[in-house]
Design a protein around this ligand. Sequence first.
Ligand SMILES: *[C@@H]1O[C@H](CO)[C@@H](O)[C@H](O)[C@H]1NC(C)=O
Ligand SMILES: *[C@@H]1O[C@H](CO)[C@@H](O)[C@H](O)[C@H]1NC(C)=O
Ligand SMILES: *[C@@H]1O[C@H](CO)[C@@H](O)[C@H](O)[C@H]1NC(C)=O
Ligand SMILES: *[C@@H]1O[C@H](CO)[C@@H](O)[C@H](O)[C@H]1NC(C)=O
Ligand SMILES: *[C@@H]1O[C@H](CO)[C@@H](O)[C@H](O)[C@H]1NC(C)=O
Ligand SMILES: *[C@@H]1O[C@H](CO)[C@@H](O)[C@H](O)[C@H]1NC(C)=O
Ligand SMILES: [Fe+2]
Length: 428
Amino acid sequence: MLPVSILLVVGCLIAPLHGVPPIWSQPEQVHVSYPGVHGSMVVTWTTFNETESVVEYNEWGGKLFTLVAKGNATTFVDGGSEKRRLFIHRVTLSGLKPGSAYVYHCGSEAGWSDIFYFTALNESLEWSPRFALFGDMGNENPQSLARLQKETQVGMYDVILHIGDFAYDMDEDNARIGDEFMRQVESIAAYVPYMTCPGNHEYRYNFSNYKNRFSMPGDTEGLWYSWDIGPAHIISFSTEVYFYPEFGKDLISKQYEWLKKDLEEASNPSKRQTRPWIITMGHRPMYCSNADKDDCTMFESIVRRSLEDLFYLYGVDLELWAHEHTYERLWPVYKYKVYNGSAEEPYVNPRAPVHIITGSAGCREKHDGFIPKPRDWSALRSTDYGYTRMQVLNSTHLYLEQVSDDQNGKVIDTMWLVKDRHATAAWV
Ligand SMILES: *[C@@H]1O[C@H](CO)[C@@H](O)[C@H](O)[C@H]1NC(C)=O
Ligand SMILES: *[C@@H]1O[C@H](CO)[C@@H](O)[C@H](O)[C@H]1NC(C)=O
Ligand SMILES: *[C@@H]1O[C@H](CO)[C@@H](O)[C@H](O)[C@H]1NC(C)=O
Ligand SMILES: *[C@@H]1O[C@H](CO)[C@@H](O)[C@H](O)[C@H]1NC(C)=O
Ligand SMILES: *[C@@H]1O[C@H](CO)[C@@H](O)[C@H](O)[C@H]1NC(C)=O
Ligand SMILES: *[C@@H]1O[C@H](CO)[C@@H](O)[C@H](O)[C@H]1NC(C)=O
Ligand SMILES: [Fe+2]
């Protein structure tokens, strides 16, 4: 008898195995997002042949698939040499009952996805939504993904925020890396709204993979938008407009004007009373104490120079960032000066916005390092792979904690941000 290994080798030589051709009309890369309209959810997926765009769904526990919603597909032609064609399907489910769980599948008569479920967002102002948030997660070495999958599937999160830098990079290998990434995150993104902002790794072909693959609120292809959840107003924007002028210098002022208008509306006293928390998310931080040459390490950081005053003026409470492959929590800071609430309780009625940098989900670029002696605005730093959990408890209390994946899920940092006053009244 020949050893099995030799038999296998011989077998291969005699009868090479051919892969079965893919079924091009089969849906894949399923994910959901919140379009910013009460009682709705968008389901997005990909096929490689043109098909109809149908979601069949029903409330959890009911008869499967008695409800039907239809949408349509856009053709996404990748910018690479093969000019691959993808059909990106978008279907908006509306009239959902807040807080109810739904079971769905998507596709068409030419092929259906697996069965997934999501919970329609609770629309109460008293609701306390729970988030997982991180940036900089790639295909290769996505170290936090397994933990996030399990925690998402057991229902620990209502929303996931991915603060830029996906896949490394979505456009590579004629956008097959993008396909692979979207398949990899299906295990979380098909269950809870996956809300995004663009990072530098998306810049290729004018951010075309980012703009085509995600479905965010508003009409800016997900570059900048805002939405409300529980007692919070969340603003997502592109720091990349400052770094890729070749795609349009006018994008800087367009986004700035939009931010100003959105902040103005969000801080209208009657609105701010109902949704007191204003939280921003953008990829590249204003501050950081990393040992690289990134913008945030510069005293006159472009992002800081461009946006710090605006965010301060409208009393933004919390600013979430990524890009640095580390975790860093800052004391309340404005123009490099620390504005603790008090020495004992710096985050109780802080007199400036609080910044969190969380870009250590895991990617092929591994970690970034820190400079040995940070400035006095830096409160805590970690180079462990991991991600952040956040709960907006109510109008006065917001909780954040940092999970270390390297330390098997250990919580390595916690903070309560407590504010009796919001808006600029808080700064005095
Ligand atoms: C389906 O897509 C494949 C790959 O793009 C293409 O070769 C094929 O012609 C398409 N078939 C139909 C019926 O459109
Ligand atoms: C796509 O579907 C949506 C929802 O049914 C509809 O509002 C929109 O006009 C459609 N777009 C196109 C290009 O058909
Ligand atoms: C929504 O959240 C509020 C506040 O926590 C709670 O009282 C209510 O029961 C929730 N609604 C649903 C449908 O779960
Ligand atoms: C890049 O994309 C933005 C937003 O979609 C668009 O406004 C701009 O004109 C594009 N720039 C180029 C050079 O195509
Ligand atoms: C802010 O508060 C922290 C924690 O109490 C303290 O270590 C730090 O020195 C304070 N910074 C300033 C400038 O007061
Ligand atoms: C918010 O929750 C905290 C912690 O449970 C509680 O101490 C506080 O009184 C609550 N604030 C309001 C306005 O309900
Ligand atoms: Fe980045």
